[in-house]
Design a protein around this ligand. Sequence first.
Ligand SMILES: CC(C)(COP(=O)(O)OP(=O)(O)OC[C@H]1O[C@@H](n2cnc3c(N)ncnc32)[C@H](O)[C@@H]1OP(=O)(O)O)[C@@H](O)C(=O)NCCC(=O)NCCS
Length: 252
Amino acid sequence: MLGLGTIARAAAELRCDVRSAHERDPAASGVGTAEILTTWPGVQALLAHRISHRLHRHGVPLLPRLVAHVSRMLTGIEIHPAAQIGRALFIDHGSGVVIGETAVIGDDVTIYQGVTLGGTGFQTGKRHPTVGNCVTIGSGAKLLGPITVGCNAKIGANSVVINDVPDNTTVVGNPGHPVRVEGRKVEGPDADWIHLPDPIADAMAALGRRVVELETQVRALGGTPSPGDELDESVAEVHVLRPKQGRSPAGG
Ligand SMILES: CC(C)(COP(=O)(O)OP(=O)(O)OC[C@H]1O[C@@H](n2cnc3c(N)ncnc32)[C@H](O)[C@@H]1OP(=O)(O)O)[C@@H](O)C(=O)NCCC(=O)NCCS
């Protein structure tokens, strides 16, 4: 299980992790490899995960979870030993990151602190997200359920994403919704998540207008309203509950 090939592969993976930290963390510029290996929790958590994942794959009991548990105590990053992680993942800061059992992460992904790749409840089987290559997941974002996040997608800080995200798309907010696709702002009615059509209010408003018209016609025909029965047009008004001011939510 632990041959020369394994050691060479582990060393290559470690070099790749340190390179990712240098490339994607501005705070790592000018910092030596030894310092990154000893003080970057994201790099340490990945190293621990590689060990726990291999032990898990070889069916070793207890030890994989023990390694993951100690790693979580040291780094604040919890990665299930069964989670599948690609090349050059970079977890910045790290604290509060949770990566679930059936999560799959592609290559060159960047994850910030407080990110959850979790399930939505008590389902069994595949219940955690699959994240494509070159995805960035902002701090505090929650990606829940067996969704797929496409390559080069960006997930805004604190977003809650419960639906698939296409390639090259930026998603923000709760619920997470696209604000950029292929680098372009999302336009059209689907871009506006608060000023949505309200068919029930529209139907009631139409009925209200119809009642006013009928009452007017009855009056014109000389119909005699009951005593004290003033025609009050405001009775048929429908007040649609829509915000009248503020930024468009399409812009987050
Ligand atoms: C989403 C993010 C990746 C930017 O992606 P982008 O494709 O470059 O998109 P933009 O910056 O052009 O933002 C797109 C729109 O979403 C809005 N937006 C960006 N991030 C948002 C967020 N986290 N929540 C809500 N709205 C957000 C922007 O205001 C912009 O609105 P507009 O359409 O009205 O202009 C970035 O804002 C983000 O959240 N990064 C995470 C960074 C992080 O976690 N850092 C922690 C360091 S410790």
